[in-house]
Design a protein around this ligand. Structure first.
Ligand code: ADP
Ligand code: ZN
Length: 212
């Protein structure tokens, strides 16, 4: 299964992605995680991406496409994948199609999780993330033991780019301006599956499975 998941920040994409890849046994490729990893390891990609990520701006297409191309060429992605956070621009969507065409492959579906902007803003402001394994929590549903991850014991904290409302608004604006238009791109190709993102995680996941 070759999938893309679109949705504004705070739509619950990360949570749903984790469930999808478990059910369909495919790797998740999350460009945001790849950039954060590169930044913390201070490698070349990290140095180029750092300022954009910190400000909530989009990393330039050329660099982003290059890292996705490299990741898709690894063995574990040959039979399927879920792309989370990519594509985010029309140029990235077109590049993805070219990459897949080169291998005689195509996307099975582009899932678009939809939630109203106030909902995503509220979720983002309260979001807390395990600094070790990436699991998401929320002020309203913290880990059991004093901000220590239930899964791995890591420290659960605010992600650096969730810190300021201005950065969050910038990311939501980017989504609206650059990524939202991708829905019509996938609609034209008959791969778009719109998923209402409100309700419990289970309800949203059931909608995804039904759509696939
Ligand atoms: P969020 O969806 O909450 O913004 P991500 O982890 O997906 O978080 O992305 C974090 C940051 O990484 C983005 O704000 C942006 O700077 C950068 N980034 C991730 N994916 C892309 C992409 N496809 N194109 C450009 N920049 C990206
Ligand atoms: Zn953890």
């Amino acid at each position: 299964m070759r999938l893309v998941i679109l949705g504004p920040q705070g739509a619950g994409k990360g949570t749903q992605s984790a469930r999808i890849v478990e059910k369909y046994d495919i790797p998740v490729i999350a460009t945001g995680d790849m950039f954060r990893w590169a930044i913390s390891h201070e490698n070349e990609v990290g140095q180029e991406a750092r300022d954009y990520v910190r400000r909530g701006r989009l990393v330039p297409d050329e660099l982003t496409i290059e890292i996705v191309r490299g990741r898709l060429s690894q063995d574990d992605a040959s039979d399927g994948f879920l792309l989370d956070g990519f594509p985010r621009t029309l140029a990235q969507a077109e590049a993805l199609d070219v990459i897949l065409e080169e291998r005689g492959q195509a996307l099975d579906a582009a899932l678009a999780i939809e939630v109203p902007e106030e909902v995503s803003l509220r979720r983002l402001l309260g979001r807390r993330v395990c600094s070790n394994c990436g699991r998401n929590y929320h002020l309203d549903s913290p880990p059991q033991d004093n901000w220590t991850c239930d899964r791995c014991g890591g420290k659960v904290e605010r992600r650096a780019d969730d810190d300021e409302e201005a950065t969050i608004r910038e990311r939501l604006k980017n989504y609206h301006d650059s990524t939202e238009p991708l829905k019509s791109y996938y609609e034209e190709r008959d791969t778009l599956r719109v998923i209402p993102g409100e309700g419990t995680m289970d309800e949203v996941f059931d909608r995804i499975v039904a759509a696939l």
